[in-house]
Design a protein around this ligand. Structure first.
Ligand SMILES: *Cc1c(COP(=O)(O)O)cnc(C)c1O
Length: 265
């Protein structure tokens, strides 16, 4: 993308531009902006940028690494509780569009030994890509009496992608997950292979949409199976046109500046 923006005005502009583009793409696919959830992926975002999008009223944030996510959740929670305390004192000047809390999405590969750490922090795991991981999540959910919302990550690109379930195995895994009472299968997630041309992603997204409908029609997951997570900065318009109702957007909002590693612990 070749853009490095850090200033608050640039951030506001790029955020609005993304939201408008999402709205137009939603209309082209006979839906409304509110039907498509935008997860702001904070991989390249500074803490200030994260606060800024939340102050603009954004509620869904995503990270792909457990350590980063934990650190960002903590710093944003602190910010939000400080704001609440301030708002209680000076309610007349408090920004009303700042959400009381945000939803965090785990979008990256999840190792089984990180399940315990991540679950209390997130509302949705996008990247369940094996029976063993599903079993680990279920076991933790049962132990702690939680219901855990998950998506199955599917490899529909036909490439030798690192993670993701092969499409023919998806229905069977969905059936198995359906028997795990502490998991709630909400849908599927997919990534298109990297390309400069977003049209290259269209067939991958179309196949993923078909698979999503197939699982739905098979009735293995019930009413709450309704999330199709696909589309990133380079291809989210195409993804929405092909039926995505959740897009994960990082660089188009925050720019592509690498962020330093958070301290361990
Ligand atoms: C980084 C990442 C994104 C966002 O990518 P951008 O190109 O920055 O929009 C979306 N999904 C996953 C799984 C990611 O790791």
């Amino acid at each position: 993308m070749g853009m490095r923006m850090t200033g608050p005005n640039q951030l506001r502009d790029s955020y609005r531009k993304v939201m408008e583009t999402v709205a137009r793409a939603s209309e082209r696919s006979r839906r409304q902006a509110k039907d498509v959830c935008v997860v702001a992926v904070t991989k390249t975002a500074s803490p200030d940028q994260i606060r800024s999008v939340v102050e603009m009223g954004h509620t869904d944030m995503g990270e792909n690494r457990v350590q980063h996510l934990a650190q960002r959740v903590a710093s944003l929670d602190e910010f939000l509780s400080r704001r609440r305390a301030l708002g209680a004192v000076a309610s007349r000047t408090a920004h009303t569009d700042v959400p009381a809390s945000v939803r965090w999405h785990m979008i990256g590969h999840l190792q089984r030994n990180k399940v315990k750490q991540i679950i209390p922090l997130v509302q949705l795991i996008h990247s369940v890509d094996s029976l063993r991981l599903a079993e680990e999540l279920h076991a933790f959910g049962s132990r702690t009496e939680r219901t855990i919302d998950i998506l199955l990550e599917v490899n529909t690109s036909g490439e030798s992608q690192k993670f993701g379930i092969a499409p023919p195995a998806v229905i069977h895994l969905a059936e198995q997950v359906d028997t795990m009472m502490s998991l709630r299968l909400r849908g599927i997630m997919a990534m298109a292979p990297y390309s400069d041309n977003p049209e290259d992603a269209r067939p991958v997204f179309a196949r993923t949409y078909e698979l999503f409908q197939e699982v739905r029609a098979a009735g293995v997951a019930g009413q709450h199976f309704n999330i199709l997570s696909m589309g990133m900065s380079g291809d989210y318009e195409v993804a929405i046109e092909e039926g995505a109702n959740l897009v994960r957007i990082g660089r188009a909002i925050f720019g592509d500046q690498e962020q330093p590693e958070p301290p361990q612990g």
